[in-house]
Design a protein around this ligand. Structure first.
Ligand code: ADP
Length: 475
C-alpha cells in the first residue's frame, strides 16, 4: 500500500501523467475544432444543395406547369432514392398539389402555420426527426408564386454516418494520443531521472560507508552533469575533511596522551614517595603547569579548527599592517635581546591597510617572530620586512637560524609536526598550523624558503582591497 502511494508521488509518475493529460487536452481541442467545422460544413453544404434544388424546381414549375413538375418530382425522387429525398408543392391551404413518393416519410406532418411563416417569400430550413425512427431529415420550405409552397427534404443520414465514423476515429485517436503522451512522459521522465538516480545510488553507497564513490558523468544534459560535478566536489571536500579529522583525532590521541601520562606519572611518584607537604606542593605545581599546557594546546586546536572550517566570520577591521609590524617588533624586542638575537624591521612610509581581524593578524606575526627567535642561536639576526604591492601586502620574517631540512619542509604546517632538530626547544607543533589557517582565513598565502644551517624565511601575502580608504592611507 505504502509502496503504491510512493509510486504516485514519484516525478516519473507525475511527468507521465502530465504528458498524458497534455497530449489528451491538445488532441481533444484539435479534434473538437475539426468536429465543429465538419458538422458546420456538412450543414452548409446540405442547405446550399436544398436551395439550388428549390431554385431549379421553381424555374421548372414556371416554365412547364404543375403536371410536368409532378412527373419531374417522381422521376427525380426515384433516381436519388425515395427514402433519401422527397419533393412536394403545397397550396396556401396546405393541400398537396404535387409530390414525390412519400411512403418513406409518413410521419411528417405539415405545420398549420407554415403559410404564415413563409409569407413574403421567406424560406425555412429545419432539421426534423422522422417520427418512429431515429433518422433526421433536413427540410427546406419556400413560398413560390401564387402562395404555393415548395418543400424539399433530404436525409442527413449519410452526414450523420460520416460524423459518427469521425467520432469513433476521434475517440480511438484520443486514446492513442493519451497512450503516446504517457509513453513520451515516461520516457522523458526516465531519461531526466536517470541522472538523479545515479546521484542517489552514489549517495546510498556513501551512506553505507564507501566515501570513495563518485557520480559517473552521463549524457542526460548539462544541468544533471553540473549537479553531478557539484556533488562530486562536495564529496571530495567531505572526504578530505574526514581524512583530516581522522588525522587530527589520531594526533590528538597521541599528543594529548603524553602530557596526561606525565601528569599521571607525577601523581604516582608523589603518592609512592615520601608524603611530605613539599612533595605535594611540587606535584600540584607540576600538574598545574602540564594542565595549562594541555589547555593551551586544546585552545589552539579549536582555533585552527574554527579557522579552517570557516565557520566563524572574522571581524573585518581595517588593519594597518605597517603599524602592526612595528608593534610586534617592539613587543619581541625584549625576548630577542634576552637571547642576544638582533631583531630588525624594514617597513615602508605608507600605511598598508587590509581588511581583517587585528588580533589574529597580530597572532600570525607574533608566531612567526617567536619561531624565528626561538630557532636562531645567539648572535643571529631576525628581520621583519613589510612592503606593499599593487594588490597585496607582503610580510616576511627572515632569520639566520638553524633552518629546516628539505624532508621536513613540506610538513611543517601540519598539526603537531616538529622537526627532529627542534625537539630540544619548547613547543607543541601547532603554531604554524594556526598561522596557515589564519592566513587562509584572510584569503592570503604563506610560503617558506629555508637553507639548513643558514636560516629560513617565511613570507605572507595578504590581498589588499581594490579601493583602499584614502583617509586611512594618508594617516
Ligand atoms: P613549534 O614551534 O611549537 O615546534 P610550529 O608549528 O611553530 O611548532 O613549527 C613547526 C616546526 O617547524 C618547528 O618544530 C620547527 O621544526 C620548524 N620551524 C618553524 N619555524 C622555524 C624557523 N624559523 N627556523 C627553523 N625551523 C622552524
Amino acid at each position: 500500500m505504502n509502496k503504491r502511494i510512493k509510486v504516485f508521488q514519484t516525478v516519473t509518475f507525475r511527468l507521465t501523467l502530465y504528458y498524458a493529460i497534455l497530449f489528451g487536452v491538445v488532441s481533444l481541442t484539435v479534434f473538437g475544432l475539426v468536429y465543429v467545422t465538419l458538422t458546420a460544413n456538412l450543414k452548409q453544404r446540405m442547405d446550399e444543395t436544398l436551395r439550388n434544388d428549390v431554385q431549379a424546381f421553381e424555374m421548372f414549375y414556371r416554365i412547364n406547369g404543375i403536371d410536368a413538375l409532378r412527373e419531374e418530382f417522381k422521376w427525380e425522387a426515384e433516381a436519388v432514392g425515395i427514402q433519401r429525398v422527397f419533393f412536394r408543392i403545397i397550396s396556401p391551404r396546405l393541400d398537396v398539389m404535387a409530390t414525390s413518393d412519400m411512403s418513406a416519410w409518413k410521419g411528417l406532418v405539415l405545420p398549420r402555420n407554415l403559410a404564415q411563416r413563409l409569407a413574403n417569400g421567406k424560406e425555412a430550413l429545419e432539421t426534423l426527426t422522422i417520427p418512429g425512427t431515429e433518422h433526421h431529415v433536413r427540410v427546406i420550405s419556400k413560398q413560390l408564386f401564387e402562395g404555393n409552397i415548395i418543400q424539399i427534404g433530404n436525409t442527413v443520414h449519410d452526414d450523420e454516418e460520416l460524423v459518427e465514423d469521425y467520432r469513433q476515429i476521434f475517440t480511438s485517436a484520443v486514446m492513442i494520443m493519451l497512450l503516446c503522451g504517457a509513453i513520451v512522459g515516461w520516457f522523458v521522465a526516465r531519461r531526466a531521472m536517470a541522472g538523479v538516480e545515479r546521484i542517489t545510488e552514489t549517495a546510498v553507497g556513501i551512506g553505507k560507508g564507501d566515501l570513495s564513490r563518485r557520480v559517473p558523468q552521463g549524457n542526460e544534459g548539462e544541468e544533471i552533469n553540473h549537479l553531478a560535478m557539484a556533488f562530486n566536489d562536495m564529496l571530495e571536500r567531505i572526504q578530505g575533511l574526514v581524512k583530516e579529522l581522522r588525522e587530527v583525532t589520531n594526533n590528538i590521541a597521541h599528543d594529548l596522551r603524553s602530557p596526561l601520562t606525565r601528569i599521571r606519572g607525577i601523581a604516582e611518584t608523589t603518592l609512592t614517595g615520601e608524603p611530605t607537604l613539599d612533595a605535594y606542593r611540587e606535584m600540584a605545581g607540576m600538574v598545574i603547569e602540564e594542565s595549562d599546557r594541555l589547555v593551551e594546546m586544546i585552545n589552539i586546536m579549536l582555533e585552527i579548527a574554527m579557522a579552517e572550517s570557516g565557520v566563524r566570520d572574522l571581524p573585518r577591521d581595517e588593519v594597518d599592517m605597517t603599524e602592526l609590524a612595528k608593534e610586534a617588533c617592539e613587543l619581541f624586542h625584549v625576548l630577542a635581546e634576552d637571547k642576544q638575537v638582533w631583531l630588525g624591521i624594514e617597513i615602508p612610509q605608507e600605511h598598508l591597510i587590509i581588511p581583517g581581524d587585528r588580533s589574529r593578524l597580530q597572532r600570525i606575526i607574533a608566531n612567526l617572530l617567536d619561531n624565528a627567535i626561538k630557532f636562531t642561536p645567539r648572535g643571529g639576526n631576525v628581520l621583519l620586512f613589510v612592503e606593499g604591492t599593487l594588490t597585496h601586502v607582503i610580510v616576511s620574517v627572515a632569520d639566520t637560524g638553524m633552518g629546516i631540512d628539505s624532508q621536513d619542509l613540506p610538513h611543517i604546517f601540519e598539526r603537531f609536526y616538529r622537526a627532529d632538530r627542534s625537539r630540544s626547544t619548547p613547543g607543541n607543533g601547532l603554531g604554524l598550523s594556526l598561522v596557515q589557517a589564519l592566513v587562509r582565513c584572510h584569503s592570503g598565502e604563506i610560503t617558506v624558503e629555508s637553507n639548513p644551517g643558514k636560516g629560513s624565511k617565511f613570507t605572507l601575502s595578504l590581498p589588499r582591497p581594490a579601493f583602499p580608504n584614502p583617509e586611512i592611507a594618508k594617516r
